[in-house]
Design a protein around this ligand. Structure first.
Ligand SMILES: [Zn+2]
Length: 242
């Protein structure tokens, strides 16, 4: 058990919603750290976080996929944009792990511009890019760069906030004020993706599939966001093969 993370998550949970600890909760499992027990509420999302590794719903979808496919990132060349903490903790000692972001931070060891990646063609075995492209004005150029640096046969994982009611991605008209765009798309987002997101990934060359799981797995590992304010209720994660 990771005591310091555990204490931190329980304290945070108690500050946000102390009543949650009086409510009976099902036992959940975390496919990343193998913790089994009570998960912690985050804001309006009940049981969103694993108290042992801080994983959230989207992280556990990834963790389940890695587990199911026996994917071990140690020894692999990995480019991980704006890394999720549970994975950063697991992989940071792999010298070929590039935790990239627009600036160096506690969970980023390399500055990487997704629209101009400083690595050569066919370099990475894996690439992970969750909730990044909605912040990037030149998102198609970002997808092209991800495709370029991935090895043939390599896998890239993408997700963005998706409005499944929308067939086509909404791009704001030229000249629209940033505040108006943010009101429509969310904080710092520059567009609102629709169901054509996978088509965009295919257009740069990827073969695209969706990570699938059963309703039982969704319950056991707590993979869906359960709150009314969520745009999608569920993070759809696209596996892209080069
Ligand atoms: Zn965990």
């Amino acid at each position: 058990m990771n005591i310091s993370v555990f204490v931190q998550e329980y304290l945070r949970g108690a500050m946000r919603n102390p009543g949650q600890f009086l409510q009976p909760r099902a036992q959940r499992h975390c496919p990343i750290c193998e913790y089994a027990g009570r998960f912690i509420d985050v804001g309006p999302r009940p049981e969103a976080r694993c108290p042992n590794c801080s994983s959230k719903e989207r992280d556990r979808i990834m963790g389940l996929y890695f587990r199911r496919n026996a994917i071990d990132m140690m020894g692999q060349r990995v480019l991980h944009f704006s890394p999720e903490r549970p994975f950063f903790r697991q992989w940071k000692n792999n010298p070929a792990y590039i935790a990239g972001d627009v600036k160096i931070s506690k969970v980023a060891n390399t500055v990487v511009d997704i629209t101009n990646i400083q690595f050569k063609l066919d370099y990475f075995d894996y690439l992970i890019c969750h909730h990044i492209l909605e912040h990037v004005p030149e998102d198609v150029q970002g997808m092209r760069e991800c495709f370029r640096v991935l090895k043939p046969g390599g896998l890239a994982f993408f997700s963005v906030p998706l409005d499944m009611e929308r067939a086509h991605t909404w791009e704001p008209p030229a000249g629209m004020p940033a505040e108006e765009i943010e009101r429509i798309c969310g904080w710092d987002h520059v567009r609102l993706y629709g169901r054509d997101f996978a088509t965009k990934l295919e257009a740069v060359g990827f073969h695209v599939e969706l990570i699938a799981f059963t309703p039982q797995e969704a319950e056991q590992f707590r993979l869906s966001e359960q709150h009314a304010l969520s745009l999608q209720g569920l993070d759809r994660i696209f596996i892209c093969k080069k």
